[in-house]
Design a protein around this ligand. Sequence first.
Ligand SMILES: Cc1cc2nc3c(=O)[nH]c(=O)nc-3n(C[C@H](O)[C@H](O)[C@H](O)COP(=O)(O)OP(=O)(O)OC[C@H]3O[C@@H](n4cnc5c(N)ncnc54)[C@H](O)[C@@H]3O)c2cc1C
Length: 422
Amino acid sequence: MSATDTVEQQVAEANGAAEAKFSMELSDDQKDIRDWVHGFAEGVVRPAAHEWDEREETPWPVIEEAAKIGLYGFEALAQFFADPSGLTMQIANEELFWGDAGIGMSIMGTSLAVAAIFGNGTPEQLGEWVPQCFGTPDDVKVAAFCSSEPDAGSDVSAIRTTAKYDEAKDEWVLNGQKAWATNGGIAGVHVIIASVDRELRSRGHAAFVVPPGTKGLEQGTKVKKHGLRASHTADVHLDDCRIPGSCLLGGKEKLDERLANAREGKRSKGQAAMRTFEMSRPTVGAQALGIARAAYEYALDYAKEREQFGRKIIENQAIAFTLADMKMEIDAARLLVWRAAWMGRAGHDFENAEGSMSKLKAGEVAVWATERAIQILGGNGYTREFPVERMHRDAKIYTIFEGTSEIQRLVIARAISGMQIK
Ligand SMILES: Cc1cc2nc3c(=O)[nH]c(=O)nc-3n(C[C@H](O)[C@H](O)[C@H](O)COP(=O)(O)OP(=O)(O)OC[C@H]3O[C@@H](n4cnc5c(N)ncnc54)[C@H](O)[C@@H]3O)c2cc1C
């Protein structure tokens, strides 16, 4: 556009640019994937949700079903990730978790380990370990990503699990205790974050694959949880757990170089790590959105059916306005999730921690909306006979894991201020 263009030319050009660059319309591919995942969530996941929540066990038959239709496996994840707009991964997660969050996490939990292998591994390591994370449709496996420890939650730099290199045998020896690991102990592949040099704190960390069946890795206590009960969470103990040298993700040469830089006080690639977190956060937000939307839809239908004082309860503004606010908050959260996903995929810098914003907003909306849904259902909402009670329990984890709400606010506050807010 130049100063000599007529207004008509400028408008026409601006319209053209808008058409090419911005659209809220989903593509046919995105709609197809949304409908495919929704169909599975509605037909298979939802009917099984109550049972597996009560059993507090991994729903292996549902994971197997997902694997049979190609929804559980690396190909599906790669297909979701391939979308250049960044939205397909979010759309798929929202639909699956709309079905049920506990089962959703049983299906998607493996992707935490896959993302760590993807982010840190060499192409050979990807080829070797990623297929083993999923197994095959006839012999399905899950994988676990183990970073948190009893004394290292929000403060990841406090990790105490050690990895020592035994040069004579070209093996790494892992010792320590991991906490809260999704799929911990029941996984085939475990990805372990361990310290190779504690003085360097998080700059001395490295990621290791512990192959299936390795001696010295044992499941500890299985956690009995408030929500997400179909997803297995447990401690993992590493007791002189020996793994081949090749299981260090990224390889020894790269690690030695990184450690040498850290010891010399050279700048770290902390920005790169932060970017990885910012890119993964919208996906977690999308899961929370799925729960929130499920609770909203259930409450809306209920409010249109339930009668008190001779009219539907939705005919009272108190109820109708609550539903209006629920819809608005969920849509607002989705826009933040989609924006951050698009930014990540398009290579934009997260200058204001937009990834953290998306996860924070979606998590808090999910907790609030599911609580409102219980209120709209009255006494029924408080019972296990109606799904909003489970949804509320499931939603709460989204203000805690993958960075608590306080930590997300810290990240945003630091990004907008450029200061070391404590
Ligand atoms: C169901 C479930 C599944 C999980 N899955 C995994 C997994 O697969 N892999 C894995 O590695 N981990 C996993 N986690 C662990 C999870 O990531 C941690 O629970 C989370 O990071 C918080 O750590 P913490 O529980 O130790 O809480 P803490 O870090 O002890 O925090 C306690 C409170 O203090 C606040 N706080 C801490 N530091 C600050 C600060 N600087 N400023 C303000 N407030 C602060 C927190 O926000 C929180 O409110 C899972 C946890 C759960 C419950």
